[in-house]
Design a protein around this ligand. Structure first.
Ligand code: TRP
Length: 336
Protein backbone atom coordinates (compact mmCIF):
# COMPACT_ATOMS: atom_id res chain seq x y z
CA UNK A 1 0.00 0.00 0.00
CA UNK A 2 1.17 3.51 -0.82
CA UNK A 3 2.18 5.75 2.04
CA UNK A 4 -0.10 8.68 2.67
CA UNK A 5 1.14 12.26 2.49
CA UNK A 6 -0.91 15.12 3.86
CA UNK A 7 -0.22 18.82 3.97
CA UNK A 8 -2.11 22.07 4.06
CA UNK A 9 -1.90 25.84 4.06
CA UNK A 10 -3.85 28.48 5.93
CA UNK A 11 -5.82 30.49 3.40
CA UNK A 12 -4.90 33.92 4.72
CA UNK A 13 -3.34 35.22 1.52
CA UNK A 14 -2.23 34.07 -1.91
CA UNK A 15 0.95 31.99 -2.08
CA UNK A 16 4.33 33.55 -2.89
CA UNK A 17 7.60 32.37 -4.44
CA UNK A 18 8.79 31.40 -0.96
CA UNK A 19 5.99 28.82 -0.88
CA UNK A 20 6.89 27.77 -4.41
CA UNK A 21 10.57 27.16 -3.66
CA UNK A 22 10.06 25.90 -0.09
CA UNK A 23 7.12 23.57 -0.45
CA UNK A 24 5.08 23.58 -3.66
CA UNK A 25 7.86 22.27 -5.90
CA UNK A 26 8.53 19.49 -3.45
CA UNK A 27 4.86 18.57 -3.34
CA UNK A 28 4.70 18.38 -7.11
CA UNK A 29 7.80 16.19 -7.14
CA UNK A 30 6.29 13.84 -4.56
CA UNK A 31 3.03 13.78 -6.51
CA UNK A 32 4.73 12.96 -9.78
CA UNK A 33 6.77 10.15 -8.27
CA UNK A 34 3.48 8.22 -8.05
CA UNK A 35 4.78 6.59 -4.88
CA UNK A 36 2.25 8.18 -2.53
CA UNK A 37 -1.40 8.84 -1.93
CA UNK A 38 -1.51 12.62 -1.45
CA UNK A 39 -3.95 14.97 0.25
CA UNK A 40 -3.59 18.75 0.19
CA UNK A 41 -6.04 21.09 1.82
CA UNK A 42 -6.78 24.69 2.64
CA UNK A 43 -6.86 24.93 6.43
CA UNK A 44 -9.70 27.42 6.68
CA UNK A 45 -10.76 26.33 10.17
CA UNK A 46 -7.21 26.83 11.35
CA UNK A 47 -7.03 30.20 9.59
CA UNK A 48 -10.12 31.24 11.53
CA UNK A 49 -8.30 30.65 14.84
CA UNK A 50 -6.56 33.97 14.30
CA UNK A 51 -8.88 35.44 11.64
CA UNK A 52 -12.19 34.70 13.35
CA UNK A 53 -13.16 38.32 12.92
CA UNK A 54 -12.34 38.33 9.22
CA UNK A 55 -14.22 35.45 7.57
CA UNK A 56 -14.25 37.24 4.21
CA UNK A 57 -10.46 37.07 3.90
CA UNK A 58 -10.41 33.39 4.71
CA UNK A 59 -13.19 32.57 2.28
CA UNK A 60 -11.68 34.51 -0.62
CA UNK A 61 -8.25 33.06 -0.09
CA UNK A 62 -9.42 29.46 -0.24
CA UNK A 63 -9.87 29.80 -3.99
CA UNK A 64 -6.71 31.92 -4.38
CA UNK A 65 -4.60 29.24 -2.72
CA UNK A 66 -6.19 26.46 -4.73
CA UNK A 67 -5.51 28.39 -7.97
CA UNK A 68 -1.88 28.66 -6.84
CA UNK A 69 -1.73 24.90 -6.24
CA UNK A 70 -3.15 24.10 -9.66
CA UNK A 71 -0.95 26.68 -11.41
CA UNK A 72 2.18 25.16 -9.89
CA UNK A 73 1.39 21.66 -11.08
CA UNK A 74 -0.65 20.06 -8.35
CA UNK A 75 -2.77 17.70 -10.43
CA UNK A 76 -6.24 16.97 -9.09
CA UNK A 77 -6.19 13.61 -10.87
CA UNK A 78 -3.29 12.56 -8.69
CA UNK A 79 -3.67 14.66 -5.55
CA UNK A 80 -6.83 15.04 -3.50
CA UNK A 81 -7.44 18.75 -2.90
CA UNK A 82 -10.05 19.68 -0.31
CA UNK A 83 -11.31 22.27 2.18
CA UNK A 84 -10.76 21.53 5.86
CA UNK A 85 -14.06 22.96 7.12
CA UNK A 86 -16.04 20.65 4.88
CA UNK A 87 -14.86 17.56 6.75
CA UNK A 88 -16.88 17.53 9.99
CA UNK A 89 -15.03 14.42 11.18
CA UNK A 90 -11.96 16.60 11.72
CA UNK A 91 -13.94 18.74 14.16
CA UNK A 92 -15.20 15.64 15.95
CA UNK A 93 -11.69 14.25 16.34
CA UNK A 94 -10.54 17.61 17.69
CA UNK A 95 -13.06 17.34 20.51
CA UNK A 96 -12.01 13.79 21.38
CA UNK A 97 -8.29 14.61 21.32
CA UNK A 98 -8.71 17.71 23.45
CA UNK A 99 -9.01 15.44 26.51
CA UNK A 100 -5.56 14.07 25.84
CA UNK A 101 -3.60 17.32 26.01
CA UNK A 102 -2.97 19.54 29.01
CA UNK A 103 -3.24 23.30 28.84
CA UNK A 104 0.33 23.69 30.03
CA UNK A 105 1.59 21.44 27.24
CA UNK A 106 -0.21 23.61 24.68
CA UNK A 107 1.16 26.81 26.15
CA UNK A 108 4.65 25.32 26.01
CA UNK A 109 4.36 24.51 22.29
CA UNK A 110 7.09 26.75 20.80
CA UNK A 111 5.14 27.54 17.62
CA UNK A 112 2.02 28.50 19.55
CA UNK A 113 4.06 30.50 22.04
CA UNK A 114 5.81 32.51 19.31
CA UNK A 115 2.57 33.16 17.48
CA UNK A 116 0.76 34.39 20.59
CA UNK A 117 3.63 36.81 21.20
CA UNK A 118 3.48 38.01 17.58
CA UNK A 119 -0.27 38.62 17.66
CA UNK A 120 -0.40 41.25 20.38
CA UNK A 121 -3.12 43.22 18.60
CA UNK A 122 -5.37 40.18 18.71
CA UNK A 123 -4.36 38.42 21.92
CA UNK A 124 -3.05 41.23 24.16
CA UNK A 125 0.43 42.27 25.24
CA UNK A 126 1.01 39.13 27.34
CA UNK A 127 -1.41 36.87 25.52
CA UNK A 128 -4.00 37.51 28.24
CA UNK A 129 -6.87 37.42 25.76
CA UNK A 130 -5.69 34.46 23.73
CA UNK A 131 -8.61 32.24 22.74
CA UNK A 132 -9.22 28.61 23.61
CA UNK A 133 -9.39 27.87 19.87
CA UNK A 134 -6.02 29.40 19.13
CA UNK A 135 -4.16 27.72 21.99
CA UNK A 136 -5.81 24.48 20.93
CA UNK A 137 -5.04 24.61 17.24
CA UNK A 138 -2.31 21.97 17.52
CA UNK A 139 -5.07 19.58 18.64
CA UNK A 140 -7.07 20.36 15.56
CA UNK A 141 -3.95 19.94 13.44
CA UNK A 142 -3.50 16.48 14.98
CA UNK A 143 -7.07 15.78 13.88
CA UNK A 144 -6.26 16.95 10.32
CA UNK A 145 -3.34 14.60 10.16
CA UNK A 146 -4.86 11.50 11.74
CA UNK A 147 -8.24 11.80 10.02
CA UNK A 148 -6.54 10.87 6.76
CA UNK A 149 -4.27 8.25 8.29
CA UNK A 150 -1.26 10.22 7.11
CA UNK A 151 2.25 8.77 7.33
CA UNK A 152 4.28 11.73 6.11
CA UNK A 153 3.77 15.46 6.61
CA UNK A 154 5.96 17.70 4.43
CA UNK A 155 6.37 20.94 6.35
CA UNK A 156 8.76 23.75 7.16
CA UNK A 157 10.88 23.73 10.33
CA UNK A 158 8.41 25.99 12.13
CA UNK A 159 5.82 23.21 12.04
CA UNK A 160 7.93 20.58 13.80
CA UNK A 161 6.49 21.26 17.27
CA UNK A 162 3.01 20.73 15.83
CA UNK A 163 3.93 17.38 14.35
CA UNK A 164 5.54 16.39 17.65
CA UNK A 165 2.39 17.36 19.50
CA UNK A 166 0.35 15.24 17.09
CA UNK A 167 2.61 12.26 17.72
CA UNK A 168 2.12 12.65 21.46
CA UNK A 169 -1.65 12.73 21.04
CA UNK A 170 -1.54 9.60 18.91
CA UNK A 171 0.54 7.74 21.49
CA UNK A 172 -1.75 8.81 24.30
CA UNK A 173 -4.85 7.84 22.33
CA UNK A 174 -3.45 4.44 21.47
CA UNK A 175 -2.31 3.76 25.03
CA UNK A 176 -5.76 4.54 26.47
CA UNK A 177 -8.14 3.28 23.78
CA UNK A 178 -6.00 0.65 22.04
CA UNK A 179 -3.96 0.76 18.87
CA UNK A 180 -6.02 2.86 16.46
CA UNK A 181 -4.07 5.81 15.07
CA UNK A 182 -0.86 6.07 13.10
CA UNK A 183 2.08 8.18 14.30
CA UNK A 184 3.03 10.54 11.46
CA UNK A 185 6.47 11.74 10.52
CA UNK A 186 7.51 15.21 9.40
CA UNK A 187 9.36 15.57 6.11
CA UNK A 188 11.41 18.75 6.12
CA UNK A 189 11.86 20.23 2.64
CA UNK A 190 15.45 20.58 1.45
CA UNK A 191 15.07 24.24 0.51
CA UNK A 192 14.74 26.55 3.45
CA UNK A 193 12.30 29.42 3.33
CA UNK A 194 13.23 32.21 0.91
CA UNK A 195 14.12 35.63 2.19
CA UNK A 196 11.90 38.54 1.18
CA UNK A 197 12.94 41.51 -0.95
CA UNK A 198 14.13 43.32 2.18
CA UNK A 199 16.16 40.39 3.52
CA UNK A 200 13.65 39.36 6.19
CA UNK A 201 11.72 36.10 5.97
CA UNK A 202 9.29 36.37 3.07
CA UNK A 203 5.84 37.03 4.45
CA UNK A 204 2.59 38.70 3.61
CA UNK A 205 2.59 40.80 6.76
CA UNK A 206 6.03 42.29 6.02
CA UNK A 207 5.03 43.32 2.49
CA UNK A 208 8.22 41.85 1.06
CA UNK A 209 6.78 38.97 -0.95
CA UNK A 210 6.48 38.21 -4.64
CA UNK A 211 3.18 36.44 -5.25
CA UNK A 212 2.57 33.83 -7.89
CA UNK A 213 -0.38 35.91 -9.00
CA UNK A 214 1.61 39.17 -9.33
CA UNK A 215 1.58 40.74 -12.79
CA UNK A 216 4.81 41.42 -14.69
CA UNK A 217 4.54 45.11 -13.85
CA UNK A 218 4.05 44.41 -10.15
CA UNK A 219 7.14 42.25 -10.09
CA UNK A 220 9.24 44.89 -11.87
CA UNK A 221 8.07 47.46 -9.34
CA UNK A 222 8.68 45.24 -6.33
CA UNK A 223 12.14 44.17 -7.46
CA UNK A 224 13.10 47.80 -8.07
CA UNK A 225 12.55 48.41 -4.35
CA UNK A 226 14.61 45.44 -3.14
CA UNK A 227 17.39 46.31 -0.72
CA UNK A 228 20.97 46.03 -1.98
CA UNK A 229 24.44 46.50 -0.49
CA UNK A 230 23.94 49.61 1.69
CA UNK A 231 27.54 50.67 1.06
CA UNK A 232 26.98 51.05 -2.64
CA UNK A 233 25.86 54.63 -3.18
CA UNK A 234 26.77 55.41 -6.77
CA UNK A 235 26.09 53.37 -9.86
CA UNK A 236 29.75 52.49 -10.40
CA UNK A 237 30.74 51.85 -6.77
CA UNK A 238 32.07 48.33 -6.31
CA UNK A 239 29.78 46.31 -4.03
CA UNK A 240 29.50 43.06 -2.14
CA UNK A 241 26.96 40.75 -3.80
CA UNK A 242 26.82 38.50 -0.75
CA UNK A 243 24.98 41.16 1.25
CA UNK A 244 22.66 42.10 -1.62
CA UNK A 245 19.12 40.74 -1.80
CA UNK A 246 19.01 41.15 -5.54
CA UNK A 247 22.04 38.90 -5.89
CA UNK A 248 20.42 36.46 -3.47
CA UNK A 249 17.59 36.07 -5.99
CA UNK A 250 19.93 36.04 -8.99
CA UNK A 251 21.42 32.91 -7.45
CA UNK A 252 18.04 31.25 -7.90
CA UNK A 253 16.66 32.85 -11.05
CA UNK A 254 19.72 33.92 -13.06
CA UNK A 255 21.91 30.83 -12.78
CA UNK A 256 23.17 31.12 -16.38
CA UNK A 257 24.63 34.57 -15.93
CA UNK A 258 25.67 34.37 -12.30
CA UNK A 259 29.46 34.66 -12.71
CA UNK A 260 29.13 37.80 -14.81
CA UNK A 261 26.66 39.38 -12.41
CA UNK A 262 28.91 38.65 -9.47
CA UNK A 263 32.11 39.99 -10.99
CA UNK A 264 30.45 43.07 -12.50
CA UNK A 265 28.90 43.88 -9.14
CA UNK A 266 32.23 43.45 -7.37
CA UNK A 267 34.20 45.62 -9.80
CA UNK A 268 31.58 48.37 -10.08
CA UNK A 269 30.61 47.91 -13.71
CA UNK A 270 27.03 46.94 -12.85
CA UNK A 271 24.52 49.48 -11.63
CA UNK A 272 21.71 48.35 -9.31
CA UNK A 273 18.96 49.68 -11.57
CA UNK A 274 19.87 47.51 -14.55
CA UNK A 275 20.76 44.62 -12.27
CA UNK A 276 17.24 44.74 -10.82
CA UNK A 277 15.70 44.95 -14.28
CA UNK A 278 17.54 41.82 -15.29
CA UNK A 279 16.34 40.01 -12.18
CA UNK A 280 12.71 41.07 -12.67
CA UNK A 281 12.89 39.86 -16.27
CA UNK A 282 14.20 36.47 -15.19
CA UNK A 283 11.63 36.06 -12.42
CA UNK A 284 8.90 37.00 -14.88
CA UNK A 285 10.15 34.50 -17.39
CA UNK A 286 10.26 31.83 -14.72
CA UNK A 287 6.74 32.59 -13.51
CA UNK A 288 5.23 32.94 -16.98
CA UNK A 289 3.87 29.39 -17.36
CA UNK A 290 2.59 29.45 -13.78
CA UNK A 291 0.90 32.80 -14.34
CA UNK A 292 -0.74 31.59 -17.53
CA UNK A 293 -2.05 28.43 -15.93
CA UNK A 294 -3.29 30.42 -12.97
CA UNK A 295 -5.14 32.81 -15.22
CA UNK A 296 -6.99 29.90 -16.77
CA UNK A 297 -8.27 28.75 -13.38
CA UNK A 298 -9.06 32.30 -12.27
CA UNK A 299 -11.25 32.64 -15.33
CA UNK A 300 -12.92 29.29 -14.70
CA UNK A 301 -13.99 29.28 -11.06
CA UNK A 302 -16.53 26.56 -11.85
CA UNK A 303 -13.66 24.18 -12.70
CA UNK A 304 -11.93 25.02 -9.43
CA UNK A 305 -15.17 24.41 -7.53
CA UNK A 306 -15.66 21.07 -9.22
CA UNK A 307 -12.12 20.01 -8.31
CA UNK A 308 -12.73 21.03 -4.71
CA UNK A 309 -16.08 19.30 -4.52
CA UNK A 310 -14.70 16.05 -5.86
CA UNK A 311 -11.61 16.25 -3.65
CA UNK A 312 -13.63 17.02 -0.56
CA UNK A 313 -15.94 14.07 -1.22
CA UNK A 314 -13.01 11.71 -1.58
CA UNK A 315 -11.27 13.08 1.51
CA UNK A 316 -14.44 12.81 3.52
CA UNK A 317 -14.73 9.09 2.74
CA UNK A 318 -11.30 8.58 4.21
CA UNK A 319 -12.09 10.63 7.32
CA UNK A 320 -15.32 8.67 7.84
CA UNK A 321 -13.35 5.42 7.95
CA UNK A 322 -11.11 6.91 10.62
CA UNK A 323 -13.90 8.28 12.77
CA UNK A 324 -15.61 4.90 12.70
CA UNK A 325 -12.49 3.22 14.09
CA UNK A 326 -11.98 5.98 16.64
CA UNK A 327 -15.54 5.76 17.93
CA UNK A 328 -15.26 1.99 18.22
CA UNK A 329 -12.06 2.33 20.22
CA UNK A 330 -13.61 5.00 22.46
CA UNK A 331 -16.75 2.91 22.91
CA UNK A 332 -19.04 5.63 21.61
CA UNK A 333 -20.37 3.61 18.67
CA UNK A 334 -23.82 3.10 20.20
CA UNK A 335 -25.93 2.25 17.21
CA UNK A 336 -23.60 0.03 15.24
N1 TRP B 1 -0.20 24.88 10.32
C1 TRP B 1 0.00 24.82 8.90
C2 TRP B 1 0.51 26.21 8.44
O1 TRP B 1 0.34 27.18 9.15
C3 TRP B 1 -1.23 24.48 8.13
C4 TRP B 1 -1.78 23.13 8.50
C5 TRP B 1 -2.97 22.90 9.11
C6 TRP B 1 -1.17 21.86 8.28
N2 TRP B 1 -3.15 21.55 9.31
C7 TRP B 1 -2.08 20.91 8.80
C8 TRP B 1 0.03 21.45 7.70
C9 TRP B 1 -1.79 19.54 8.77
C10 TRP B 1 0.31 20.08 7.66
C11 TRP B 1 -0.59 19.14 8.20
O2 TRP B 1 1.04 26.31 7.37
Amino acid sequence: MKKIILTGDRPTGPLHIGHLEGSLKNRVKLQNSDDYEIYIFTADVQALTDHFNDPETVRNNVREVVCDYLACGIDPEKTTIFIQSQIPEVAELTVFYSNLVTMSRLYRNPTVKTEIAQKKALFGENGESVTYGFVGYPVSQAADITAFDADIIPVGEDQLPLIEQCREIVRKFNSIYGDTLKEPEALIGDVSRLKGLDGNKMSKSLGNAIYLKDSEEEIIKKVSKATTDPNKIKKDDPANPEVCNVYYYHKIYSKDNLDTICSECKNGTRGCVSCKKELAKNINEYLKPIREKRKYYEEHPEIVDEILKKGTEKARKKAMETIKKVKQSMKINYFE
